[in-house]
Structure formats: structure tokens, C-alpha cells
Design a protein around this ligand. Structure first.
Ligand code: ZN
Length: 412
């Protein structure tokens, strides 16, 4: 994708530091305390996401617009009245912004400079960031075409199936131009990029069509796309650009799947180093929930679209006889949750991360998601086992998509 440079964008890099105040007491209005994300689209098409910390005391709210690597930008004349938020700020030129509150508690509106150039601004409330990355235009591309992002850090293969795979932690590139991340975990998931490619190839063999595939080619010490941008990129502009492309490609793939199939499945492919050598399927559900007998929490479930569409209880979807865990278990790959291992017990377990929450149907949309964590021995290595697993996993996915979504992907 193109590099993101423009008048407003360059101006962002020249900012100073400040704090802003809202003179309305907390509680009388709905400006949530915490880190907001301001998504700013400039007149010439550039999009930036800037964290905005909002806090409150007895006098009112205060906040800091945190521009990565450059510090904080003052926000002036901020007022919140009747659901309308207004303020001005100077990332370079002075911009006046007016935003209206929306039903989902975000704000959206425009910012304009003195010359009348205006761009969109959206403020996303604290919590999970809804899909906002700029989507890549995949209109003219055909299934099988490959798009590379800036510096070839991110790779997107256009698919034809109602299935999206991503590989966030299998990258090998360690460019000197990007310093190692100092915040967040930097050890990659070995062989997971290779595994993701093998699963895609096996799906092509089984169905004659491929999935959409998004791969981060940067090593995790440089970028962790399965985190919010701050921890993901540690403020490095090149890593942030790759992060935006990575999630933008997934957005594009989701849109393509929705347009073609109406609904579908997104799988984030990982490798774990936990003691129990099972496949860990993360649906957003906590270990403690899975271990108990009580109803599983739909508010954290990353497959809400499927649950709503089929009225199937969540417990049956995640560990019933037709669950992904059951299908893998039947093929000899121990999995959790599954009929045999309904919960992780006291064992370590990954229940899903940033990407599966952001791009699944937890909040909205019709694309469900699962974070799939693979053990090393017998699955990721040696290579012969990796190939065998990829083939089985592809066959299991075809069966799963047919049983739960009604997609007939193989001619009979
Ligand atoms: Zn991982």
C-alpha cells in the first residue's frame, strides 16, 4: 500500500505536548474515561490512528492526544454539549472539529482547517477497537493474486473461500531500520508461517479454491500484529504502517467474504509452548468459564454471528460433537475445548487475542473467528508431521464450514 504522507500527516510529526480539559463534571455526560482512539482521515486520503487518554477528576475531564514517537498534542476549546463534541487542535495548522455521538458511544464528524480543507474524524471509546483500518481495494484482483505492503512486510493472498487465515507470529524479517520492541513479548511462533501456507495449499487441493491469507513477514521482535497498535509497534512508524496494512488486509478479506458468501470464518494461526501438547482453540471464553458448568458468556464469544444464526448453545458450538475440537479429536489431534477435553483445567491456555476479538463477530458483523494455537511436536514439527496436520486441518475445516454454515465446498 502507498506510503502515508500528506500536509496534515507531516504536521502530526511536529507536535508539542499538552493537556486538554472538559469543564463538565464526570457523570453528567458520556465521555468515557480511558484511552480513546481518534481515527483521522485527511483530505488527501491519509488515515492515522492517535490514542487519546481521557481521565477525570472533580473538576471535569482531562486528556492527552498521544502521537507516537512525537509526544502529545494540545486540544483547545473542547466542549461536550447535547451529545456534540467540539474542539480545535494544532497538529501543524489549526483544525476545528465537530463530532456527533453515535449509538455505539463513538463520535464521528469532521475536522477543517482555515482554508476549508476538511477530513473525517472518528473517536472510538475505550475498550476493544472496532474495525477501522483502511481497507485495501481488492476489486481488480482475482483469487490467487498476491498484494505486498510497504517494504513487503505484509503479504495478502486473495482467496475465493469463505475463510480467512492470518499468520501474525511466523515472520522472519528483522530489518535494522526497525529497532527491537522493548514493550511486549518478542519471541515468534516457529513454523507457523509455513503451517499457514500449507493449510492454504491443502485447502486449494481439497476444494479447488484457496482461502484469503494475510501474513506478517516481520519477526515478532519488530511487530506483533496480535496487539493494539501501541504495544504492537512500540511507536515505530514503519511497524505501525505494517500493522495498519495487516489489519486493513484482513478487513478487505472480511468484506470480500461477506460480499460473496454472506458469512464466514476467520482463523488466527499460532503456535504455543505450553506443556500440554494439544491444539488450543480460542473463542474468547475464559478458562474458568470453560472449566465450569454454568452457561458460557456470549459477551466474550468471538462466534456470536454463528450462535445467533443457528440458536445453538455456545457450549455445544465449542465442545459438542460437531465442534472444531471434536472434528480434530476424531482425526487424532487432541484439542481443547472438545468433547474429550471440555476445558483446560489448570493447564495454560490461550483463549484468543486482539485479532480474533477485533475481526470476529463479538461486536458486529457476520464473520466469526477462532484463535488456533498449535503445539510443536507432531503438529508444527517435523515437517512431515506439519504437512500431514495441514491436510487434516483443511479437510476438517471443509467439514466444519459445511456442517455449521451450509457451504458445500467439495463436489460430490
Ligand atoms: Zn502467537
Amino acid at each position: 500500500m502507498t506510503s502515508m504522507m500528506c500536509k496534515w500527516g507531516l504536521a502530526l510529526l511536529l507536535a508539542g505536548s499538552a493537556v486538554f480539559w472538559v469543564m463538565e463534571p464526570p457523570g453528567s455526560q458520556d465521555l468515557a474515561v480511558g484511552t480513546w482512539i481518534a481515527v483521522i482521515d485527511s483530505p488527501d486520503g491519509m488515515s492515522v490512528e492517535v490514542p487519546l487518554d481521557v481521565s477525570a477528576d472533580g473538576q471535569g475531564y482531562s486528556g492527552v492526544m498521544r502521537v507516537p514517537e512525537r509526544g502529545d498534542i494540545p486540544v483547545e476549546d473542547l466542549a461536550l454539549r447535547g451529545g456534540q463534541l467540539t474542539f480545535a487542535w494544532r497538529p501543524g495548522v489549526r483544525l476545528s472539529c465537530t463530532l456527533d455521538r453515535r449509538e455505539d458511544a463513538s463520535y464521528a464528524g469532521t475536522c477543517a482547517d482555515a482554508l476549508g480543507n476538511s477530513g473525517r474524524i472518528q473517536m472510538l471509546p475505550p475498550g476493544i477497537t472496532p474495525p477501522t483500518a483502511p481497507t485495501a481495494d481488492i476489486g481488480p484482483l482475482a483469487p490467487g493474486d498476491v498484494m505486498l505492503g510497504e517494504n513487503e512486510y505484509v503479504e495478502f493472498t486473495v482467496g475465493a473461500l469463505p475463510l480467512i487465515l492470518s499468520s501474525p507470529h511466523g515472520g522472519a524479517l528483522k530489518p535494522d531500520s526497525i529497532p527491537d520492541r522493548t514493550r511486549g513479548y518478542g519471541v515468534g511462533d516457529s513454523d507457523t508461517q509455513e503451517l499457514t501456507r500449507l493449510i492454504a495449499s491443502a485447502l486449494q487441493e481439497v476444494t479447488g479454491r484457496g482461502p484469503h491469507v494475510v501474513i506478517s513477514r516481520l519477526h515478532r521482535s519488530k511487530l506483533d500484529p496480535n496487539r493494539a497498535v501501541d504495544e504492537a509497534a512500540n511507536g515505530n512508524p514503519d511497524s505501525e504502517g505494517a500493522w495498519r496494512e495487516y489489519h486493513g488486509f484482513i478487513e478487505s478479506a472480511r468484506q470480500a467474504v461477506e460480499d460473496t458468501w454472506g458469512r464466514g470464518l476467520y482463523l488466527d494461526i499460532h503456535g504455543h509452548g505450553h506443556r500440554t501438547p494439544w491444539v488450543e482453540l480460542g473463542y474468547g471464553l475464559m478458562s474458568s468459564d470453560l472449566n465450569g458448568d454454568s452457561d458460557l458468556d456470549p459477551m466474550s464469544f468471538t462466534m456470536r454471528a454463528l450462535a445467533d444464526a443457528t440458536s445453538t448453545p455456545i457450549a455445544e458450538l465449542v465442545r459438542g460433537p460437531a465442534s472444531l475440537g471434536a472434528l480434530l479429536e476424531q482425526r487424532g489431534y487432541r484439542s481443547v475445548p472438545s468433547p474429550g477435553d471440555p476445558g483446560p483445567g489448570s493447564a495454560d491456555y490461550f483463549n484468543g487475542g486482539y485479532s480474533s476479538v477485533r475481526h470476529g463477530s463479538l461486536q458486529a458483523g457476520s464473520i466469526d473467528s477462532i484463535q488456533v494455537e498449535h503445539p510443536k511436536r507432531g503438529v508444527r514439527e517435523p515437517e512431515s508431521d506439519r504437512q500431514a496436520y495441514a491436510r487434516v486441518f483443511a479437510e476438517v475445516l471443509v467439514e466444519y464450514l459445511e456442517q455449521h454454515y451450509g457451504f458445500e465446498l467439495v463436489e460430490r
